[in-house]
Design a protein around this ligand. Structure first.
Ligand code: PHE
Length: 460
């Protein structure tokens, strides 16, 4: 496997495979599990609008930047930044973004795999027809019962973790391509079926109104930061995941086209998942702000009442699990790439070590829903799970994204960037410089700083 460490440029044999891999990284639990429940908790329409603006003015430029840095550096994010700053006589301190990304990856993977474990259990629950004909309260209680049992949750989390380590150990491309190529369109179709159910059951119109009618009185400063953080999370930005994949990109890939394709795909899937889930919420009079359990308390109700629902429902959760797997693989990539570069260990050994650390951390998240449910971080009232989720989404990813925009906008020589992006005309060059050098970093900075100051003051 050593050629995978050194021969990076031929990892993705063509640009389409890179697009698939990056889409596989972006589309995951962030779209289907997280986006709907945070939209529900933050009042719907206005939050969704801010999220879309963040994707456009922050997510897209940062994704272009990350792919470009990977392509230029041709190494793990840490090493790529070290290489680039050395080559251009800039401070190597900027490689701190790479180290932060490795840390962030550990934290995210540990709780991400716990939720993916819930999804795995639901594959079985649906296929066995457990929810056939079930009403909303039975489905809700079934989820509560599952979470309350730490051994069950631990087992499913461990299963997902082992599968992830297995794929990571085998190397990036194998299997991934096939998985994404078939599962992405299938998720799309099943979401449409769910939306069709919503039209039939009567919650569709209310769902669309909830998600697309902005009511700014419901928009808190914290919601703006959550939307910003989620734009990073859902596009896999701010921690080097896309940068690490960018290191394997063939030179011919157009960074701009790839980025737009992924951003649009990712956003469409999140919105469809939101429409589908809130249609069920409103059809059954459920609470939109049910929190992290929302997906598991709604979707089984719909499949339980559809003909062939056990089969399609099982398939739906299977596809969500696959989407989570392709994302989980990418979350570990910055750490894997760095450790394989720096040590004599094989990719498999490194995967085991990283997986082991994440597993230990993940136990804290498993317990957050039962044994440790009352163990909360001072001030914020966050459980262990909440703390990892919020610290990564609200602090580490935005900070990483801010630094990445600064590196591309101000640290690297402008001509190097223009050349890599193929920006020949002065107007295009200026527009890019203004966006990545000013608009993106200032937007992140303002949202981030205002919210942090506000939090500090309210908790003093
Ligand atoms: N984008 C993935 C999702 O939406 C999660 C992810 C976050 C992947 C950070 C890589 C890096 O599920």
């Amino acid at each position: 496997m050593s050629e995978q460490v050194t021969g990076r440029s031929d990892m993705w044999s063509n640009s389409f495979i890179f697009v698939l891999a990056a889409a596989g990284s972006a589309v995951g639990l962030g779209n289907i599990w997280k986006f709907p429940y945070i939209a529900g908790e933050n009042g719907g329409g206005a939050f969704v609008l801010v999220y879309l603006i963040c994707i456009a003015i922050i997510g897209i430029p940062v994704m272009v930047s990350e792919i470009m840095l990977g392509k230029l550096g041709r190494a793990s994010p840490i090493q790529a930044l070290l290489n680039l700053t050395r080559t251009h006589n800039r401070s190597t301190r900027w490689s701190i973004v790479g180290y932060m990304g490795v840390l962030t990856g550990f934290l995210i993977l540990s709780f991400y795999a716990v939720v993916a474990g819930w999804v795995c259990y639901y594959i079985l629950r649906l296929f066995t027809g457990e929810f056939t004909g079930a009403d909303a309260s039975t489905v809700g209680e079934a989820f509560g019962g599952f979470l309350a049992d730490p051994m069950q949750v631990l087992m499913w989390f461990s299963i997902f973790m082992v599968v992830t380590i297995f794929f990571v150990a085998r190397g990036v491309t194998r299997g991934l391509e096939l998985c994404v190529r078939f599962s992405m369109p299938a998720v799309f179709v099943l979401l449409l079926i769910l939306i069709g159910y919503g039209v039939h059951a009567g919650g569709f119109v209310e769902s669309v109104a909830f998600l697309f009618t902005p009511d700014f009185s419901k928009l808190t400063p914290q919601a703006i930061l959550i939307a910003l953080g989620h734009a990073f999370f859902t596009l896999s930005l701010g921690m080097g995941a896309i940068m690490a994949y960018g290191a394997y990109v063939p030179q011919s890939v157009s960074v701009g086209t790839t980025t737009f394709t992924i951003a649009i795909l990712d956003t469409v899937l999140a919105l469809l998942a939101g429409i589908a889930i809130f249609a069920i919420v409103f059809a059954y009079g459920l609470a939109p702000d049910a929190g992290p359990g929302l997906l598991f308390e709604t979707v089984p109700v719909a499949f339980g009442n559809l003909p062939g629902g056990a089969l399609f429902g099982g398939l739906f959760f299977l596809l969500v699990a696959l989407a989570a797997l392709t994302s989980a693989i990418s979350i570990s990539e910055p750490a894997i790439a760095y450790m394989t570069e720096r040590s004599k260990l094989s990719r498999a050994q490194v995967a085991l070590i990283i997986g082991g650390v994440c597993w230990i951390l993940g136990v804290g998240s498993v317990l957050s829903f039962n044994v440790w449910a009352d163990v909360k971080l001072a001030f914020f009232e966050w459980t262990f799970f909440d703390s990892l989720d919020k610290i990564t989404q609200l602090v580490l990813l935005p900070l990483g994204g801010l630094l990445i925009a600064l590196i591309v906008g101000h640290v690297l020589p402008k001509q190097v960037v223009y050349q890599e992006l193929g920006l020949l005309q002065e107007r295009a060059q200026n527009a890019w410089s203004i966006v990545v050098g000013f608009i993106t970093p200032i937007a992140v900075f303002l949202v981030f700083i205002i919210e942090v100051i506000r939090e500090v003051f309210t908790h003093l």
